[in-house]
Design a protein around this ligand. Sequence first.
Ligand SMILES: CC(C)(COP(=O)(O)OP(=O)(O)OC[C@H]1O[C@@H](n2cnc3c(N)ncnc32)[C@H](O)[C@@H]1OP(=O)(O)O)[C@@H](O)C(=O)NCCC(=O)NCCS
Length: 182
Amino acid sequence: MTTTLRTLTRRQVDRSVKDSLAQVYLAAYGDPALPESALDADNFVTSTLPRHARRAGFRLVVATTDDVVSGYGYGFTGRRGQFWSDWLAGAAPEAIVEDWVGDHFELVDLVVDPAFRGQGLSGLLHDALVQDLPHERALLATAPDDGPAARLYSGRGWQVLVPEIDGAKALFGLDLTTRTAQ
Ligand SMILES: CC(C)(COP(=O)(O)OP(=O)(O)OC[C@H]1O[C@@H](n2cnc3c(N)ncnc32)[C@H](O)[C@@H]1OP(=O)(O)O)[C@@H](O)C(=O)NCCC(=O)NCCS
């Protein structure tokens, strides 16, 4: 199997890209048999993603394996005044907020289609997503268990900043200054 990665700008997120991402979203988060799952996936590509794509620092990486879109990851520059940054400012300890929140790269999601999991695709997506970012810090929230997401991030330098921030999720941070200095 051959996987290629493409980094897309907002303008390159056209109908065909959206359709492919909706398929991956549905396979990863929904039940293809349920109409509400299809609506949810459609809402992601027609509302959430375009809204996020308008933000500064938007970066989307799409993986294609043997001509099929197999995964994606994206983020943007997180700033005070945006929902998640403001929410974090109230939910995380003050010292963490001061050091980490604002002008960070917000890794919103990184998803691999279940049909392509367990082959290291998430690492490829991750590395392309954070490569040469101008930000000093990156943030994301995911479950800190021993599952693939936590293993992916822990193995790539992310640290748990707040173990319980959003139900079962932890706040993870990545110091990008040590990378750019290398
Ligand atoms: C998290 C996710 C992207 C991983 O994708 P993937 O391409 O299958 O992952 P990889 O094959 O690159 O494996 C990543 C790590 O998890 C480990 N792993 C893979 N499958 C695993 C499993 N079933 N259980 C535990 N660990 C597993 C791998 O060994 C690897 O760890 P290592 O680097 O220490 O060897 C995928 O499971 C997914 O899309 N999940 C739903 C969306 C999500 O939760 N995204 C993260 C939130 S931002």
